[in-house]
Design a protein around this ligand. Structure first.
Ligand SMILES: Nc1ncnc2c1ncn2[C@@H]1O[C@H](COP(=O)(O)OP(=O)(O)OP(=O)(O)O)[C@@H](O)[C@H]1O
Length: 264
């Protein structure tokens, strides 16, 4: 791996190559996740993000490279797509047990962790986009994973719901001290929670801290300068705090007018 893979990594892949249908879907990909770390895997549609994650999970056989996982590592996985027969009734409680047997107490605890314990008996078909994603997250959490792999966990969720979900993911990382691999092309919101970004386009274009990746020419080439600007605005919006009386305190500690003048 270009940067040495750390000895304390939970799971990692080195020199990953996946060859299907006469072409390389990904090649020369290095990726690892440590305990307590959120790694965002970003890239355009078809760049190989899901393929890479599946190789890390061990559900897809690589043609090149090595996959390593900590012995006994428990993994919680939220796939991008779920094969559910939507014509049959399915409660949230039942959804939780489709891939394993868990006690009622374990199920309730996982649902409470994502804030939908009141929906245990609800039909999955009736859930909102945000509630459904939380149910999937609970299903991954119920096995108390050391590593969580979340493939597009905010799909079908509106903008404020996205922020709430990403905040929740950050809280889960803190509470469980697990590693999280987050797949997304939703750049600027992801950046707020992530420790490290790996930008993929069949190979690793660039990787590092969110700020370094956003500033790199490879990132700008792939996503355009507007994506980098959006990230810049997002960072700028967080260079101040709001006091209870409505005043805004910039980082230099100088309070501003209560009408929000000077707010970003
Ligand atoms: N088994 C397969 N055989 C042939 N091609 C495949 C196979 N699986 C995936 N692909 C192709 O590999 C490419 C990468 O797919 P992948 O799902 O990993 O991309 P992704 O970055 O996750 O995309 P998205 O953001 O659209 O979900 C796509 O062009 C896809 O069509």
């Amino acid at each position: 791996m270009p940067e040495a893979a750390p000895a304390d990594m939970l799971a990692g892949i080195e020199g990953l190559g996946v060859h299907r249908g006469g072409r390389w879907l990904v090649r020369h990909v290095d990726l690892w996740v440590r305990r307590g770390e959120i790694v965002s895997l970003i890239g355009p549609n078809g760049s190989g993000k899901s393929t890479t994650a599946k190789a890390l999970l061990g559900i897809l056989r690589p043609d090149e490279g090595q996959v390593r996982r900590e012995p006994g590592l428990r993994i919680g996985y939220v796939p991008q797509r779920l094969s559910i027969d939507w014509s049959l009734p399915l409660s949230v409680r039942r959804l939780m047990t489709l891939t394993g047997r868990f006690s009622e107490a374990e199920i309730q605890a996982a649902l409470a962790e994502v804030g939908i314990d009141h929906l245990a008996g609800a039909e999955v078909q009736t859930l909102s986009g945000g509630e459904f994603q939380r149910a999937l997250l609970a299903r991954a959490l119920v096995r108390r994973p050391g590593l969580l792999v979340l493939d597009e966990p905010v799909q079908g969720v509106d903008f404020s719901g996205e922020i709430a979900l990403y905040d929740l993911i950050g809280t889960i990382r803190d509470r469980l001290d697990c590693g999280i691999l987050l797949i997304s092309h939703d750049l600027h919101v992801v950046m707020a929670q992530t420790d490290r970004v790996v930008c993929l386009n069949g190979h690793v274009c660039c990787s590092g801290t969110p700020q370094n990746v956003a500033a790199s020419p490879e990132y700008v080439r792939l996503f355009g300068s507007r994506a980098a600007e959006t990230l810049g605005v997002y960072r700028h919006r967080h260079d101040h705090a709001h006091l209870e009386d409505g005043r805004v305190v910039p980082l230099d500690g100088r309070p501003q007018a209560a009408d929000g003048a000077g707010d970003a």
